[in-house]
Design a protein around this ligand. Sequence first.
Ligand code: F6R
Ligand code: MG
Ligand code: MG
Length: 378
Amino acid sequence: MNVTLSVIKADVGSIGGHIRPSDKLKETVRNFVRDNGNGLLLDSYLSSTGDDIAILMSHNRGVDDPKIHELAWKAFMAGTQVAKEQGLYGAGQDLLKDAFAGNVRGMGPASCEMEFEERPNEPFLFFAADKTDPGAYNLPMYLAFADPMHCPGLLLSTKIAKGFTFTIMDVSYTEGDRVIELHAPEHLYDIACLLRDNERFVVESVRSRATGDIAAVVSTSRLHNIAGKYTGKDDPVALVRSQSNFPATGEILSPYRLGHYVAGTMRGSHNGPLMPVRLNSSVSFFDGPPVVSCAAFCVHNGKFTEPVDAFDHPFWDWVRNRTAEKAAEIRQQGFSGPAMLPYSELEYGGVVEKLGELDKNFVVRGAKGGKPPKKEAA
Ligand code: F6R
Ligand code: MG
Ligand code: MG
């Protein structure tokens, strides 16, 4: 049967700063989806990662279904009401528009969706990241789907050796969805050339070249493009199908051992290492480090098994310790150079305003056609 998986996530308030939503808020959103999803949903699952709540839903209605999007939007509205009653910080933060207009895209919440013919056994992974942006998945997706150093299946399995097609979006373009399709392995260098720029070019989806089947989808929204100002980092979600014609679960998880540096963490304006964490983890050090969680499922006739927490294993404790060291290391240099994001990516206006003020006081010494330097009074 054809099944659609939809993840819609939002930050609608949290306890103690931008740390973690309250239990009551999560319960409210979960119950709303359950009580109002009758006749729409086959199943649903809710989790939090840092200050974000993600709703995973299965249904038969295809991607971009207005009713599914409306259900999630209304669930987050109900959550916002509770967040306000509890006095949570940032209540309703990601709901940037007043009236729902058929799709959550462009309204604040992040979403990613895929529709496929369900295999008799259908394993998939649901990733959610906080304090970072969609480009955080660029490197792990590239390594899982195009690099035999992480995905030996590209060498060992004839099923996946045909490679994968990457659809990459230029997220700085705001007039519409500007995308390019590139094929691994023959376009590897072109793919790498784009994906090195995590803030501009983002993996939107990956497809199997052997079958044409959808393998992975990532939320691509950039909040500052929608709001025109800082309203929080984008905190992206992703879905990845695994095994058989796709990379194995372990191959998809392998790149997360790197704890690679991504944009985000404090005030969305720094670089920090992406730490793989357990489901429902909070954030802490320096409003970070950027975190990613992963729930592994099988879906059968649209029904989910219980989730397995993919990063809840002693191996990942070692990764977390190393990632913490990387986080502390880059923090040693505070605002200097690569520790803080470049001007164009700063999420708060303070530096921009300050530079504007200072700009007026710059002088060009001895410039042609400029005013001659003032003579000192004798
Ligand atoms: C990053 C983030 C936090 C806040 C910071 C200040 O995505 O959400 O680092 O930017 O805690 O928050 P405000 O401006 O709400 O006091
Ligand atoms: Mg967040
Ligand atoms: Mg937030």
